[in-house]
Design a protein around this ligand. Structure first.
Ligand code: KG4
Ligand code: ZN
Length: 392
């Protein structure tokens, strides 16, 4: 099976094409192409992702990303006679009614290329920013009509899980992956710019959310802390970097920030108090020096990690977990990975999965991986609606 995936839930547009084979609960995947357009620069001045802008940029870029994705997968063939009928173009125009420019670009491409050999189109239906999600969904529906290819709706969070479980095989081949059912029960800690969740997987491909943030997501807190220290969006990686410099340089630790909900008897998180504490601290210092910025970043990082580790540990013990999966943009932090991996070593034979760095933040491959482990179940186009708060 060959699938094309389209991901536009937030500020990255990711497209990917894979070919996969499934035997039982093992899926062998070859990535044929993978393209990404990150909008981080465009949102820098807003200090976060501005939904209307995200949507507009996705709409402007998807057609050229598709051209690149098909070309890279050797599925781009031009033709002098359009394979898409006028009737179909009208139908596509109706689907993309609100995005006339995207329609014009896409129609321009569709009439000049051959139908690619693709069996399904995987599309993120949520969670995420609805205006951004709708662009990807409209685009996928248009392609589905043009080429008579069924649609497979995907939950973005399952994409993060699949990205962590995808093991490069053979190890040196960055295009070939195997996803196997891990030892169950498994626990997924999903930490991103929009989510902080603990998900229990008792049965393969069945998920139960057992904990989540009551306010800000962890990545959001990293980004806000970075902003308070004067760094552009998304500043999470900068905080991680300054914190590790503070550790390497053995700087004093003069500040202390709260560990919200550390000792509560649940698996929930809260990060808005931590962010507010950073604001109060920065305001009291007025203009922090480079050294002070490193010290604050380290204390923030320590506080966030302590909470993550404690809650994850509680969940592991409460549910006799055998596999820990950590994924989402914030899992790109080496220190967070190291601390969670260390936690798993406290238990005999516990498996630990994190995505490779390029699969930690949003991308198209994670969506296609999630579709592949389910063997691409299809759904009628009219049932695929952008769902901002979709849960696993
Ligand atoms: O999963 P993702 O790409 O997008 C969402 O679905 O939200 O996650 C993006 C988040 C941002 O908040 C970014 O600052 C954070 O992941 N992030 C990091 C690191 N790399 C990315 N946070 C801390 N340390 C990092 N190294
Ligand atoms: Zn994400």
């Amino acid at each position: 099976m060959k699938i094309l995936a389209i991901e536009t839930s937030f500020d990255e547009a990711g497209l990917a094409i894979v070919e996969y084979e499934q035997k039982g609960t093992t899926t062998t995947i070859e990535v044929l192409s993978d393209t990404l357009f990150s909008q981080a620069k465009e949102h820098e001045e807003y200090g976060g992702v501005y939904p209307t802008l995200a949507k507009q940029i996705h709409a402007k870029n998807l057609t050229s990303l598709l051209t690149r994705t098909l070309t890279e997968a050797h599925l781009y063939t031009t033709t002098d006679t359009s394979e898409v009928s006028g009737e179909k173009l009208l139908e596509i125009q109706t689907i993309l009614e609100r995005e006339p420019e995207m329609y014009a670009q896409l129609a321009g491409l569709l009439v000049t290329i051959r139908r690619p050999d693709i069996d399904a189109i995987a599309i993120t239906r949520g969670p995420g920013l609805e205006p951004a999600l709708w662009i990807g969904i409209g685009f996928a529906k248009a392609l589905s009509v043009a080429w008579d290819i069924p649609l497979t709706p995907v939950n973005h969070m399952e994409g993060h899980v699949a990205a962590a479980l995808a093991v490069q095989s053979p190890k040196e081949n960055r295009k070939k992956f195997i996803i196997e059912q891990p030892k169950l029960p498994a626990l997924a800690l999903l930490i991103s710019g929009a989510h902080t969740e603990l998900i229990l997987v008792k049965d393969w491909l069945h998920y139960k959310k057992i904990g989540s943030t009551r306010d800000d997501a962890i990545g959001e807190a990293y980004d806000k802390a970075a902003r308070l220290l004067g760094f552009p969006y998304p500043g999470g990686p900068k905080i991680s970097q300054l914190a590790s410099e503070a550790r390497e340089e053995n700087l004093d630790q003069p500040y202390s920030l709260p560990r919200p909900m550390l000792t509560t008897d649940d698996f929930d998180f809260s990060f808005s108090g931590l962010k507010t504490a950073v604001r109060t601290l920065v305001e009291s210092i007025e203009t922090p020096t480079e050294i002070q910025k490193k010290q604050i970043a380290r204390e923030f990082d320590d506080a966030a990690i302590e909470v993550l580790v404690r809650k994850t540990k509680n969940a592991i013990e409460a549910h006799a977990v055998q596999t820990l999966i950590v994924s989402g943009g914030v899992s790109a932090s080496a220190h967070i990975r190291a601390n969670l991996e260390k936690l798993t070593k406290e238990y005999e034979d516990m498996s630990f999965y994190v995505p490779s760095l390029d699969l930690a933040t949003d991308n198209g491959r994670m969506i296609v991986f999630a579709a592949a482990i389910h063997n691409s179940p299809t759904a009628p186009a009219e049932d695929i609606l952008a769902t901002g708060n979709l849960s696993l």
